[in-house]
Design a protein around this ligand. Structure first.
Ligand SMILES: [Zn+2]
Length: 308
């Protein structure tokens, strides 16, 4: 079994351009420590967020908030009560986002979601990212169903942004499916915009028209973050293009298309294959659940559509 790690990110302010950590691994010791830490007992508070003995860890039924000890000297976070109050606020936003994702996309988590907060992450208070690890078996690296574990990381400013909270939480719910970047980021951005009312870019203006074509004449968004990608790791234009495609699929094929899509993946286990969900699987699955051949849609936006 090989541990794998992927990273998905959101940039709050375009000026911060630190790239995502790609590849790498999560050591066994980290995974073991995590499991042990989940058996701590928590005082159940009236506010709905129990505190661990250290005063920096809080938990409710769905989320576990872990504050960096550095918050002891950060205004608004100095005391246990202040940290709990911030956690309750975040929890309300996250719970609303969770219900939104469940209703629109038909996916849920079956384990506690970890939220790690530090004054800065990767050197910035407004940066945030989510990591997911999973176990694989066999020569082709098939994912062990249910083995995925995600951790959200927020700098202080990012943690105070409902849009960023909603975006990153969506990644934790999606990461079991190992979707291409354009698909996962499009969904995370849809939740960020349509649920959390993000003002990051002008989403009314975005279009499904390709933002660029590669040397073979194919839409550059298709390989975003892949080896052949010409696109920056994070830019408003790419998030906007991905968002427009996800929104258009729902508009064309109906409000049930995504819940049926994810249910179909769970039933077939197609997302567990070594390379995750390919465009071919996406097209076949969307076509099956919508009763419509969706390949012409992807041809129309200049994706490199495989023979099906
Ligand atoms: Zn993202």
């Amino acid at each position: 079994m090989t541990p794998r790690l992927i990273t998905a990110c959101l940039l709050v302010v375009a000026a911060v351009s630190a790239g995502c950590v790609k590849g790498g691994g999560l050591s066994h010791s980290v995974a073991e420590r995590r499991r042990e830490s989940q058996v701590e007992t928590y005082e159940v508070a009236a506010a709905g967020l129990g505190a661990g003995a250290d005063g920096y860890t809080f938990r409710n039924e769905r989320f576990r908030f872990e504050y960096d000890p550095g918050f002891a000297s950060v205004a608004g976070y100095e005391t246990e009560d202040a940290r709990r109050a911030r956690g309750v606020e975040a929890s309300e936003v996250l719970n609303g986002g969770y219900a939104f994702v469940r209703d629109i996309f038909g996916i849920e988590a079956n384990k506690l979601l970890r939220v790690v907060i530090a004054p800065t992450v990767r050197g910035a208070a407004n940066d945030a990212y989510t990591t997911t690890s999973w176990r694989e078996i066999g020569r082709e690296g098939r994912m062990v169903d249910g083995s995925e574990e995600s951790v959200m990381h927020f700098g202080k400013e990012a943690f105070e942004s409902g849009a960023v909270l909603a975006h990153e939480m969506t990644h934790t719910l999606l990461n079991a499916y190992r979707l291409p970047a354009w698909f996962a980021e499009g969904i995370a951005t849809l939740v960020e915009v349509d649920y959390a009312k993000s003002a990051r870019i002008d989403y009314a203006d975005v279009s499904i028209a390709p933002i660029g074509l590669d040397e073979n004449g194919h839409n550059v968004i298709q390989t975003w973050r892949g080896h052949a990608s010409e696109l920056p790791e994070r830019s408003s234009e790419t998030y906007g293009s991905a968002y427009a495609i996800i929104r258009e699929i729902r508009a064309r094929y109906g409000p049930n298309v995504y819940p049926r899509f994810f249910r179909d993946l769970r039933e077939t286990g197609a997302h567990l294959a070594g390379d995750g969900v390919s465009l071919g699987v996406i097209i076949r699955t969307l076509s099956r659940v919508s009763g419509t051949d969706v390949a012409p849609f992807f041809v129309g936006i200049e994706f490199d559509v495989p023979d099906l």
